[in-house]
Design a protein around this ligand. Structure first.
Ligand code: F6P
Length: 349
């Protein structure tokens, strides 16, 4: 039985653990073959393949990134894309394809499944915003990296009596911001789920400085909406970089940290700096948690293909790895709950 695998969307620590698990399980337990597709859905459309045997996955468990490469290619935005994929399935004689990705990659996978292709999903994103699973691998690594950065920024902020704004990733949700912010003892955490005003931000900082603390750490998710004052009062808007949208219609976020730092300094008079963590959160070796989660997801996905249980994706609930409908990945985003944010809020100011 030949099993295909691709990794799509932004890369994420733990992808190689998934690939290795799929290969080891499919070959070791079932005596099957695995065919990798390079650069996400682009590899299936163009027949860009990489046969994966035991040698190809040897030593990749601790490596960041993905040995298959990745892209944000959307076959449904490419002339003849889905048809090319269907032809490729036939010519490669695939028994099933495992798509490892976030809402976009899994959304394409689910659509192709509905059109008759044998597809299984593995959810991935450092943002941790996929519904139906407690965690996605990559998130734990990103939180560790951001927490370490916040720890380091604390000592320099304190030495200089500065406010430091730390911009972390999180396109639609503030999971990294909240978890790393709590772990790093942030004085304020701003996320897409909870609107804020500049006045509130500056009040928190002023009060803190008023009780003798001469520095503050503000963690902000890149997708939080920056309160811009328009003629008709206060408007909120995303801060984006230039460069249009990707094939799934997403703008390139980034820059809210700078905007916020400028506004805080102008309003409070406290010297304010910004640190944008960016891709550092996605690069490098995965934590043990992400290696184990990726491995368990990969093993389940390989089993689902053998059982011909298509249209499902791996998920984790508590410590149980279970298959759920792939449609969960696209139905709605998993947002930070108010209970967790309330815990964070306890330490503001
Ligand atoms: O979806 C994960 C993510 O890391 C987001 O947090 C971020 O907005 C986006 O990817 C950036 O992706 P790109 O690699 O396209 O710049």
């Amino acid at each position: 039985m030949k099993v295909g695998v691709l990794t799509g969307g932004g890369d994420c620590p733990g992808l190689n653990a998934v690939i290795r698990a799929i290969v080891r399980r499919t070959i070791g337990k079932y005596g099957g073959q695995v065919l990798g597709y390079r650069y996400g859905w682009a590899g299936v459309m163009h027949g860009n393949t990489l046969p994966l045997g035991m040698d190809e996955v040897s030593g990749i468990l601790p490596r960041g990134g993905t040995i298959l490469g990745t892209s944000r290619t959307n076959p449904y935005k490419t002339e003849g894309g889905p048809e090319a994929i269907k032809r490729q399935f036939e010519s490669d004689e695939l028994a099933g394809l495992i798509a490892v990705g976030g809402e976009d990659t899994l959304g394409v996978g689910y659509r192709l499944y509905q059109e008759g292709l044998p597809i299984v999903g593995v959810p991935k994103t450092i943002d941790n915003d996929i519904s139906g699973t407690d965690f996605t691998f990559g998130f734990d690594t990103a939180v560790h990296i951001a927490t370490e950065a916040i720890d380091r920024l604390h000592t320099t902020a304190e030495s200089h009596n500065r406010v430091v704004v730390v911009e972390v990733m999180g396109r639609h949700t503030g999971w990294i911001a909240v978890k790393a912010g709590i772990a790093g003892g942030a004085d304020l955490i701003l996320i897409p789920e909870i609107p804020f005003t500049l006045e509130e931000v500056c009040d928190v900082i002023r009060k803190r400085h008023g009780r003798g603390k001469n520095f503050s750490i503000v963690v902000v998710a890149e997708g939080a909406e920056f309160p811009v004052k328009g003629e008709d009062g206060e408007n909120h808007g995303l801060v984006v970089k230039q460069g249009g949208t990707d094939a799934f219609g997403h703008v390139r976020l980034g820059g809210i940290g700078n905007e916020l730092a400028r506004a805080i300094e102008a309003d409070t008079g406290y010297e304010t700096r910004v640190s944008v963590l960016g891709y550092i959160q996605r690069g490098g070796t995965p934590t043990a948690f992400d290696r184990v989660l990726g491995t368990r997801f990969g093993v389940l996905a390989a089993d689902l293909v053998q059982e011909r249980d298509f249209g499902k994706m791996a998920s984790v609930t508590g410590d149980r790895i279970i298959p759920i409908e792939m449609s969960h990945a696209t139905e709605s985003l998993k947002r930070v709950d108010s209970e967790l944010y309330e815990v964070a809020r306890t330490f503001f100011g």
